[in-house]
Design a protein around this ligand. Structure first.
Ligand code: CA
Length: 223
C-alpha cells in the first residue's frame, strides 16, 4: 500500500512518514500544496494524508482539484483543533475522514487502515481467505494460525492482493503500489516476491493469470 503525506510542518511530516513506514506502507511526501497536488494527480496512491494549511495551494483546494479530476483515493485531512468549519468544508470538498491537531500518531494510523479497508470493501480489520488471515492492525499474516515471517515487500504484496481479492492485479499496478516514486522499479521482482510468498505460505493461493497478473480468490469459510 502506498500513501501520500502532504504536510508543510517538517517535524510532523517526518513523524508521519516514519510511523507509516514502520507500519509497512510505502510513503511519498510533499511539503506544499502544489507538489502534493501534482503527486496525487499523477501517482497512484491507496490513501493520502493532507494538511489543510499549506503553502502554495491550501489543502482544501488540492482536495477539490483531485476530486474534480476523479482522483478517488481515500483522503484523511489534518485540521486545526476546534475549527469545526474546516471539518465541514473538508468533508464537503471530498475528504473521507479527518484528524484534528494535535493528534496521536496511532489515531492517524487507525483511521488510515479503516479508510483503506473500506475503499477495498472490507469492513473488519482482518481479511481472510480460507486458511490465510491478514491482520491489518498488526501488519501480520497467518496460515492456519501460524504466523508467516514476511519481509516488508512480501507483506505489502500480500496485503495489496488481499485488499483486492478476486481482482486480477497487473504487475505494473503492483509495482506502482509497492514502491515509492524514487525506487528503481522492476516488475520482474514481483515474480520473485510471489514465488517466495507461495513458498512461505506452503500453498498456492496466489494465482498467476497469464499475461494479466495475479489474483487471490476468495474462498468459502471452512464449512
Ligand atoms: Ca500546515
Amino acid at each position: 500500500m502506498r500513501i501520500l503525506v502532504v504536510e508543510d510542518d517538517r517535524d510532523l511530516n517526518r513523524q508521519l512518514v516514519e510511523a507509516l513506514t514502520e507500519a509497512g506502507y510505502v510513503v511519498d511526501k510533499a511539503f506544499d500544496g502544489e507538489e502534493g497536488h501534482f503527486l496525487g494527480d499523477t501517482e497512484p496512491y491507496d490513501a493520502a494524508v493532507l494538511d489543510i494549511g499549506l503553502p502554495q495551494m491550501d489543502g482544501l483546494t488540492v482536495l477539490e482539484k483531485w476530486r474534480r479530476d476523479n482522483r478517488s483515493m481515500p483522503v484523511l485531512l489534518l485540521t486545526a483543533r476546534d475549527r469545526w468549519s474546516d471539518k465541514v468544508a473538508g468533508i464537503d470538498a471530498g475528504a473521507d475522514d479527518y484528524v484534528a491537531k494535535p493528534f496521536h500518531i496511532e489515531e492517524v494510523l487507525a483511521r488510515l487502515r479503516a479508510l483503506i479497508r473500506r475503499a477495498a470493501g472490507h469492513a473488519s480489520s482482518e481479511i481472510t481467505c480460507g486458511p490465510l488471515r491478514l491482520d491489518t492492525k498488526t501488519s501480520k499474516a497467518t496460515v492456519n494460525g501460524t504466523p508467516l515471517k514476511l519481509t516488508s515487500h512480501e507483506f505489502r504484496l500480500l496485503s495489496y492482493l488481499m485488499h483486492h481479492m478476486d481482482e486480477v492485479v497487473s504487475r505494473t499496478e503492483l509495482v506502482e503500489h509497492l514502491y515509492d516514486q524514487d525506487f528503481d522499479r522492476d516488475s520482474n521482482t514481483i515474480e520473485v516476491f510471489v514465488g517466495r510468498l507461495r513458498k512461505k505460505m506452503g500453498m498456492d493461493l496466489i494465482e498467476t493469470i497469464r499475461g494479466m497478473g495475479y489474483r487471490i480468490k476468495s474462498q468459502d469459510s471452512k464449512s
